[in-house]
Structures are given as C-alpha cells and as structure tokens.
Design a protein around this ligand. Structure first.
Ligand SMILES: Nc1ncnc2c1ncn2[C@@H]1O[C@H](COP(=O)(O)OP(=O)(O)OP(=O)(O)O)[C@@H](O)[C@H]1O
Ligand SMILES: [Mg+2]
Length: 418
C-alpha cells in the first residue's frame, strides 16, 4: 500500500487535480478533476478570481470522483519568470572519518547560501555532483576519505509575486500548497527511463502557454528552463494567418495542423469560414503547415539556444523526449530532430492505473509526475530535517558539556587554568 497524495497541475489551458496512491511501480489514480483553465497567461496568473474558480471546480470534481476531501496538494509551477543558476558549496571534513550524510547537508547549505535579487525566491535546490579533494564528478562521496567536500547544486528560482499569486489562488480554493514543483521536473519523473537519465536526456514539455525543459545528465538534473512560448502561440499564428477566430483556429489546428510542410500533400485542402467573408473558402493544408512550422521551428531554436547555454555539447546521448499537449502535433518529431540534430521520442504517462484513461496522454505528464516527485521530495525533506535535528541536538550536547565543565571548573579548586 502506497501513500495517497494529491497533484494540482495549473496549466495555461487546463487545471488537472489528481488524487492517487503512489506505489513502487505505478500511480494508482483514485479520482481526477479536469477543468479548462482561466486567468493564466504564459504560466503567469493574470486573474486571481478566475483561476481560483477554475481550481475550485477541478478540486471538487476530483473530490467527488475519489471520495477524498482535498486539504493539501503538490502544485505545478512554470512561467517565464522561472530562472535557474548553478552554485557551489564547500565544507571541511573532520580528520579521517569519511564523508557522512551530515557533511553532504552542510555542503548543500553552503551552496544554497546565495544572495538573491530582491523579489525572487528559491523553488528547488538540487545537487548535481560532488567533488572531494579535487576529485570531481562524484555521484555520492558517502564514506570516502578526504578533507574538502564540494557540491555543485542547481538552484531554481521564481519571482515571489508570481509564486504568491499562484499560492493565493490555490488557497482561495481551500487547498494548502504542500510544495510547488517545476513542471518539467514532474514530467521527467514519469516519462524518462533511468537509462535515459544516465545517458543524458532533455525533457521538453510543450504545453499551451509555455515550453518547459529539464536536462538530466549522469542521473541528475543538469539544467532547467521555461520558454514563454507554447501551443497557444501556434493557434494565434493560425488565427492571424487564416483570418479566423481563436476558437476556430484552435479546431483547425487540431484537425488539419502539421508541423512539417514536406510531409503534407500539395493536393490536400480544407474548408474554412474566415472573418468578414460571406462564403467559406478553401485553404491548402501545406499553407497551414508553413504557418505552424515557422513557430515550431522557433520553439526548437530557442530550446537549442538554452541547451547550448547550459554547456550540453555532446552530453545528450539519449536525445530529446517531447511531451505536453502540443507534442501531439503531427510532424513535430521531425522538426525537433532537424533543428536539434538529436534522437527524439514523444512520451506520455504509462505507469498509471485506476481511473487513469484520460491521463494517458502527453498533456498529463506534469499532472501525474507531481504525485510521484512530490512524495519523493517530501520524504527527502523528512530525512534532511531528521539529520538537522540530530546535528542540532549534538550541538546542544556540546554546549551542555562545556557549561558543565565550566561549572565544575569553578567548583573544584585547582582545576582552573588546566
Ligand atoms: N493533437 C494536437 N495537436 C496539436 N496541438 C495539440 C493537440 N492536442 C493538444 N494540443 C495543444 O496542446 C496545448 C495544451 O497542452 P497542455 O495541456 O500540455 O497545456 P497546459 O498544461 O494547460 O499549459 P502550460 O503547461 O503551458 O501552462 C494547447 O495549446 C492545444 O492546442
Ligand atoms: Mg502544463
């Protein structure tokens, strides 16, 4: 029997609440609530009332279908305001006792101690790798002998105002934010294989308002980024190019859209009813494909730029794993591999059981991932606070010992000055 937890994925196009039991090999879904989103643009809250109402209905649906009352949840976060940086922290190791968990924690504390610009806060601090006395690239130096331990950590930060607005929307809907989790970390947790993480891979979650990416190298998070472009931009381009309303452009995109004009027959055409025209007209499918291709290629060029910035060269042996609603666009794989020159696959959550039919789709990778990663992060935090408590207790013990010695020093003549 696993633990029952709740994931609340607040996307630009949909809000998805899942109540599920996280087991060793799968997530058993007890209830789901999916609602159209409102009041979010490019991952940023623009209308607290509208978003809070959408969250509320999604949560109620999930409560009804699961029979559980939802008090707290792991909540997704993205948006162009999310940034990441790398930081190192170094500590000394006491003579010849080998590196202990406590030392790893102290090194992480040192890496965490960065000065953030005003108005920003830390979302995640993730160890990338360790080095001991100059020996670099260590996954876990536990038990190894050395004097100077260094950790390189990946720190993800967000604009506090945006985080607070999102928290307010969730809390107004009666749910406590257990923790915020960056979208692509959650997606990565359900769609990547351990082999891909080891070999080097990049998760690209192309949603409605944002494209979220996370690179995993040697099993750990190497780099993360959020690009404020997604499927809604493809719809907007379609609307502008073919003179259609947004709703019509969205359905035309879903029905006839293709990212690769080379793969579409020049003979194919479909009917549309443009603004201001009396009669329907016909559009060549290749024309639509050219409109879509321009935006999709731009998204992958931005991804390439971001990946280069992180120093990825030659490190992504397992290539790219695409997910998110927009990864279902036909031809997207071809354009991704043309621009990035890497192997590409499209993925969706697989190890979900129970009431999971709707969730077996790339749009729900983040939603399912929140439950798994949220629980892992909670357990990790419990372990850390246990270590901290032990460390503090040990510190308190030392102080007590000193005071007692001082008292005895005063009480016992002759001991002073020894
Ligand atoms: N078959 C399809 N072809 C092309 N695009 C699709 C298809 N199905 C869904 N989409 C697009 O996927 C997008 C929604 O994806 P998703 O549900 O992952 O976004 P979200 O999580 O709400 O948004 P975000 O994470 O960016 O805030 C929409 O723009 C939609 O048009
Ligand atoms: Mg999303």
């Amino acid at each position: 029997m696993g633990e029952i937890v709740v994931g609340l994925d607040i996307g630009t196009t949909k809000v998805c609440t899942i109540v599920g039991e996280v087991r060793e090999s799968d997530v058993y879904v007890l209830g789901v609530g999916i609602e159209p989103s409102s009041g979010v643009r490019k991952g940023i809250v623009t209308d607290v009332g509208a978003l809070s109402a959408a969250i509320s209905s999604s949560v109620h649906k999930a409560e009804k279908s699961s029979g559980y009352e939802i008090g707290r949840a792991f909540v997704s976060i993205a948006g162009g305001h999310v940034e990441s940086l790398n930081s190192t922290g170094a500590v000394g190791i006491a003579n010849s006792r080998g590196v202990q968990i406590n030392d790893l924690e102290r090194a992480m504390d040192a890496a965490r101690a960065i000065t953030l610009p005003h108005g920003r806060q830390v979302l995640h601090v993730i160890p990338r790798n360790y080095s001991l006395d100059g020996q670099t690239g260590l996954r876990s130096p536990l038990g190894m002998l050395g004097f100077r331990l260094e950790v390189e950590a990946h720190i993800i930060t967000a604009a506090s105002a945006n985080v607070q607005n999102l928290a307010k929307c969730v809390e107004d809907a009666g749910v406590y934010v257990d923790r915020f989790i960056l979208n692509p970390l959650a997606s990565g947790d359900v769609i990547l294989t351990p082999d891909e993480r080891e070999a080097g891979v990049m998760v690209v979650d192309i949603g409605g308002g944002t494209t979220d990416l996370a690179m995993f190298i040697d099993g750990s998070v190497w780099h993360t980024a959020v690009i404020a472009v997604g499927g809604q931009h493809i719809t907007n381009d379609t609307a502008a190019g073919l003179h259609l309303s947004s709703d019509l452009a969205e359905s035309v995109k879903l029905k006839y859209g293709h990212a690769d004009p080379k793969a579409v027959s020049a003979l194919e055409a479909f009917p549309i009813q443009p603004f201001g025209e009396e009669l329907p007209s016909k559009v060549q499918r290749t024309d639509l494909a050219h409109i879509i291709n321009a935006r999709v290629a731009e998204i992958f060029e931005l991804i390439l730029k971001e990946a280069k910035r992180s120093g990825y060269d030659g490190l992504l042996k397992a290539g790219i794993v695409l997910t998110g609603g927009s990864s279902q666009l036909p031809g997207i794989k071809t354009i991704a591999s043309e621009v990035l020159n890497l192997p590409v696959r499209v993925a969706q959550p697989e190890n979900v059981t129970g009431m999971s039919d709707a969730l077996k789709n790339p749009a729900y990778s983040t939603s399912v991932g929140l439950l798994k990663l949220g629980l892992i992060m909670d357990l990790e935090d419990d372990r850390r606070s246990a270590i901290r408590k032990k460390r503090d207790d040990a510190g308190a013990g030392e102080r007590v010992a000193k005071i007692i010695k001082g008292v005895f020093g005063r009480l016992l003549p002759g001991e002073e000055g020894e």
